[in-house]
Structure formats: structure tokens, C-alpha cells
Design a protein around this ligand. Sequence first.
Ligand code: HEM
Ligand SMILES: *[C@@H]1O[C@H](CO)[C@@H](O)[C@H](O)[C@H]1NC(C)=O
Length: 326
Amino acid sequence: MEWTKAKVSLALSLFLVSLGISLADLRVGFYSNTCPQAESIISRVVSGAALSDPNLPAVLLRLHFHDCFVEGCDGSILVDNGPISEKNAFGHEGVRGFEIVEAAKAELETACPGVVSCSDIVALAARDAIFLANGPEYEVPTGRRDGRVSNMSLAKEMPDVSDSIEILKAKFMQKGLDAKELVLLSAAHTIGTTACFFMSKRLYDFLPGGQPDPTINPAFLPELTTQCPQNGDINVRLPMDRLSERLFDKQILRNIKDGFAVLQTDAGLYEDVTTRRVVDSYIGLLNPIFGPTFETDFVKAIVKMGKIGVKTGSKGDIRRVCSAFN
Ligand code: HEM
Ligand SMILES: *[C@@H]1O[C@H](CO)[C@@H](O)[C@H](O)[C@H]1NC(C)=O
């Protein structure tokens, strides 16, 4: 009897692990005894850095996503281990914010050496970033440990701007996230920018004959093509949430509905019945009188994303510097 139970629970954990979820014991306030200042040190570094770079909140939020989707939320994206470094993967193109994490880590090593993981810094910095952008305040379960692998070929499955909605759903499902969470987490594009690099296909090579994506509102198309002219500078950046790029709010969902989404994948969320229903549920007249707000559900989704494949207990390391293995 006991043996069968053990077998069932082993099978269950193997199943969950195969989904990329471990039975992790992350908990809010993990550092409250070992490094009580940890979270305030990180908040201070993040808000200080945001003074000179108003787009930094977006940068840090994106970094958390990219960390979690490869090898779990384990700081693997932070490591510089030569040309094969995971951070060099095409799927991580444009990801930044490493030096802010490193600056927080340096202060934490002075305050409480060897205690706070780089992966927790990334998760907490994303939380602080959302708050700085006027988004919801939430608690982050901590206790992640840092990974010992960094290999760019592990990032081949990162979601891509030209992925179909089916592929996106499948890639999120592989990380234990459903279609609703795909919508909520994509709505992180409520802050930040994209390089024109990611717009070329959507604007100039979408349909035969080089026609643009027909889901772009005709009133918006000239704006986009002016900002990202054909054969122009691919490094020029444009806001992803038109007229609201610094504010963490649900305007991005209205923009998606109205054909003002900038990224092809965001626009695609309104072309599928399931994900369209999720978008509509947060922007209809009945929300938030009936049903949870976008902010409430976003927090649940990002806390869940922060648990993907985490290493806890005796797994992984607490790195001394975030850019190198111990
Ligand atoms: C659904 C699949 C996703 C795709 C295909 C995607 C794609 C992209 C692309 C192409 C950019 C522009 C990057 C650049 O030019 O530097 C971007 C930026 C961004 N992404 Fe995503 N993303 C996805 C999901 C997410 C998720 C889940 C989050 C966070 C929860 C996120 C947060 C961000 C943020 C905040 C930025 C702005 C970065 C900046 O301004 O530097 N994205 N994303
Ligand atoms: C990186 O991953 C690829 C594919 O899994 C593997 O062939 C290669 O040996 C790895 N490289 C290193 C240095 O671990």
C-alpha cells in the first residue's frame, strides 16, 4: 500500500518534472532570516537604475521571462561562458539588464555573502520593475538556486515573433502554462519596445507580393511603416503598447483587439477563438464587476512562470557573481 503510494507520487513528480515544473518549495520571505535586507537592496538598485533608463522596467521584466523559459528560472541566461553561452542564442536577441542584476548581486554579496541567488534577483527585479511602471504590487516566492548549465542550443525553442498561435500555445503548454496564461503573460508587452528588426516580416514580407499583415489596423499601418521603413535601420525601437508604453496597464489588450498590436504574435492572440475570449474578458464592460481584473490574473500568471523548472534545496548553486559559474 505505502509502496504503491510512493510509486504514484514518484510517477506524479516525474510527470510534473517532465512538464518543467518541479515540486519546488519556494516561499515568500525565503531570505527573511539569512538576508533580511535582500529585497530592499534589489528594489533600491532597480529604482536607481531606472532613473537613468526609463525603459529599464521593461528590460528587467523581459529578462525574467527569458531566464525562466530556458532551463527554468535558474539564472542560466546570465552566464558568460564563451561563444556557446545561452545568452548568445538567437531566441534571446535584444535581451538586456545583465549589469543591473550584477550590480544588485555585488551589493548582496557585501551584505550577506553567498546567500542570495542570481535567479531570485532576476525574479525580484521583475517584480520591482512592474511596480515602477505603475503595475500591481505582489510578493515573490523565493529560494531558487542557480543553474550549472549555459548552452545556446538549449534556447532553440524560445517563442518567436513569427510563431503561429498554435505553436505559441504548445511552447507555453510545455512549460505548464495554458492559453489564458499565454495571453496574460504576452500582455507584459504593455511596457517596453521592440527593434524594427522584429517588424520587417510583418510589414514587408507577410503575404505574397510583400503585403503587410492584414490584421494591422489601416489607420496604424502608416505609423508603423514610418517608424520602421523598408530597408531602414533595424535597430530603431518603437513602443509595443501604442500610447501607453511606460504604463503597466490593460491598454495593450484593447490595442490587440483594435488592430494596434505591434508584434505579430500579440495580434495573433485576437485571431484565435480561445485566446480572443481571454483578451475580451478583461476589457469588456463587465470587467471588473464580474471576474478578476487583468492585474490580479497577471500576478498569478507571472508568479507561476517564476516557478518553471526551479532548482531548490541541494540542487544548483548560489553563484558568487551572476555572469560566471562558481
Ligand atoms: C508569447 C511569446 C513572446 C514573444 C514572441 C515575444 C517577443 C518579443 C520581442 C520580439 C520583443 C522585442 C525585443 C527587442 O527588440 O529587444 C519583446 C520585448 C519584450 N517582451 Fe516579449 N515576447 C513574448 C512573451 C513575453 C513574456 C511572457 C514576457 C514577460 C512576462 C515578455 C516581456 C517583454 C518585455 C517587457 C519586452 C520589452 C523589452 C524592451 O523594451 O527592451 N514577453 N518580446
Ligand atoms: C550544447 O548542447 C548541444 C546540444 O544539446 C550539445 O551537442 C553540445 O555538446 C553542448 N555543448 C556544451 C559545451 O555543453
